[in-house]
Design a protein around this ligand. Structure first.
Ligand code: BJW
Ligand code: ZN
Length: 265
């Protein structure tokens, strides 16, 4: 991390009144949560992204629930790392200085909220919540396991021994129908209100930080490039380049648990 570039970034950041940040799976990697793409995105013999689809849930809800049972266990046990904490502290500083700070996260692990971040938009939902497939009621559900049939299931190193019938999978407290994780799968729309708030933050910010995301999943992938198109500074924190890296004013290579606290201090 060049000190000249770092001090230039800090100057621009300190002069900014409206700050927006987008995070992806890479920010939670140092908390022990696997990213989607690459070797840590394999669960048993499946790619995580193939299981994060409505089609996978429709054809094998038992398998998809096992996957999410395991994801919930990992996320509920995980602790925020220095990158999550740096963002939460920076938000407090912004509030004290009457600057606006909006955190857009693609992550469903809840670690930003655990770290103390307040103005968080969880654009792909949350593992802490479930939604009924029939009546669409949304509930916070932290039960572990989420139902008896999923007790001891979901271990990535074990094959499932049997398919759990729908009648034994998690049920809606209101209408008794099958529930699913309250997350956004491929081909599904993001919550309209959350998306509107994202656009507001993206369109009004003076600086945008993009942290630990491969920047290939839309609509989130369009946020940083659209800020750059307005001529505003974008700073990317990643261990490797992403498709739009060359369009951004600042690029901080390396693990964001190290680079982000330095940049925000
Ligand atoms: C580190 C690090 C460290 C590691 N420090 N860095 C326009 C064009 C083309 C396609 C579309 C389009 N608009 C919509 C689409 C379709 C689709 C899409 O984008 N497809 C593309 C793949 C082509 N989008 C959708 O379907 C979205 N819906 C939508 O737009 O509805 C309207 C519509 C539909 C259809 C057509 C047109 C319009 C919904 C997307 C939902 C994504 N859902 C998931 C699962 C969530 C639930 C769950 O978690 O189980 O969200 S998929 C998965 O990808 C997850 C993530 O949030 C998301 C992004 O992944 P992320 O966070 O970037 O992780 P990785 O693993 O990819 O990258 C990690 C990065 O970290 C890497 O860069 C590492 O280098 C880095 N890293 N360690 C710093 N220590
Ligand atoms: Zn219901």
């Amino acid at each position: 991390m060049s000190t000249r570039i770092l001090s230039e970034f800090k100057k621009v950041l300190n002069e900014s009144k409206n700050i927006a940040v987008l995070t992806g799976a890479g920010i939670s990697a140092e908390s022990g949560i696997g990213t989607f793409r690459g070797p840590t995105g394999i669960w048993r013999t499946h790619n995580a992204i193939d299981l994060a689809t409505p089609e996978a849930f429709a054809s094998n809800p038992s398998l998809v629930w096992e996957f999410y049972q395991w994801r919930r266990t990992v996320a509920f046990d995980a602790k925020p790392n220095n990158a999550h904490i740096a963002l939460a502290k920076f938000e407090e500083k912004c509030n004290d200085e009457n600057r606006t700070f909006t955190l857009l996260t693609q992550n469903v692990d809840g670690l930003h909220i655990k770290a103390g971040s307040k103005n968080v938009l969880e654009i792909h939902g949350s593992l802490r919540k479930v939604i009924c497939t029939k009546c669409k009621r949304v509930d916070v559900n932290l039960d572990q396991p989420i139902c008896e049939a999923l007790r001891g299931r979901g271990d990535p190193n074990e094959e499932s021994t049997s398919v759990i019938p729908i009648s034994e999978l998690p049920k809606c407290g209101k209408c008794g129908s099958l529930i699913r994780p309250y997350v956004v799968w491929f081909g599904e729309n993001l919550d309209r209100n959350i998306l509107a708030k994202c656009h507001e933050a993206v369109e009004s910010c003076d600086i945008f930080l993009v942290v630990g995301t491969s920047s290939i999943v839309y609509p989130a992938a369009s946020f940083a490039p659209s800020v750059a198109d307005r001529g505003k500074p974008v700073a990317e924190f990643n261990i490797e380049d992403s498709p739009a890296s060359s369009r951004f004013q600042f690029y901080f290579p390396g693990q964001c648990g190290t680079t982000l606290p330095l940049a925000l201090s």
